[in-house]
Design a protein around this ligand. Structure first.
Ligand code: HEM
Length: 179
């Protein structure tokens, strides 16, 4: 995982829960990086899993909810930092349909070591999009947070219904309905 994912995560934890909580989750996790992240570095995603697990224990917020909150936060950071990817994109469905074939492709060009999920995206009808998520990192809830922030960004409302196609969360079908 790219360092920006870690640095933004720790900033958010500090803003929401305070520095003592940051200190405590870094202390409790066994991190090959030593908990020192730079935006351009790459770190094993198991470090994120450990940080989230300890944060969940400390705050009593589920890992799923923490991932959604974090995804919502990160969308704003990405939309600002990579605004040029969104230049000709005018709706949430435009963005979601372009994620696999354009946005994440560009991300991979910039950062060949980025670990990205794959999505099979199908437009069911004018108001309904199906996205099938595949990733060994099982971060579907993070994607849901990103999607939620994406609707907000375009001033839209939608429901997202996720169904695990693999019990471990490595393949998830999302049915997204615009209201
Ligand atoms: C401006 C738009 C976006 C940009 C620039 C962007 C870029 C990125 C970057 C840099 C990462 C981290 C890769 C790594 O750590 O190695 C990532 C991961 C991810 N992105 Fe995007 N992203 C965008 C929008 C979205 C949206 C809207 C979704 C939701 C469908 C999404 C789904 C994901 C997921 C689920 C991951 C976690 C990796 C995994 O599950 O394997 N992204 N993205």
């Amino acid at each position: 995982m790219k360092g920006i994912v870690f640095t933004q995560f720790l900033d958010l934890v500090e803003a929401k829960f305070g520095y003592d909580v940051v200190d405590s989750i870094l202390e409790k996790s066994d991190l090959p990086s030593g908990g020192i992240y730079t935006a351009v570095g790459t770190y094993h995603h198991s470090e994120m899993v450990q940080l989230l697990t300890h944060l969940s224990a400390e705050t009593q917020v589920s890992v799923a909810d923490l991932l959604k909150i974090y995804g919502r936060h990160l969308f704003g950071v990405l939309a600002k930092g990579y605004g040029h990817f969104l230049k000709n994109i005018n709706t949430s469905f435009d963005l979601l349909e372009n994620l696999e074939k354009y946005i994440h492709v560009e991300v991979k060009k910039l950062y060949p070591d980025a670990e990205l999920p794959t999505f099979e995206t199908t437009r069911i009808d004018e108001h309904t999009l199906q996205m099938i998520y595949h990733s060994e990192r099982k971060l579907g809830d993070f994607g849901v947070g990103l999607m939620e922030a994406c609707f907000e960004y375009f001033g839209e409302q939608a429901t997202i219904e996720g169904t695990n196609l693999e019990a471990d969360g490595s393949v998830i079908r999302y049915i997204i309905k615009k209201l």
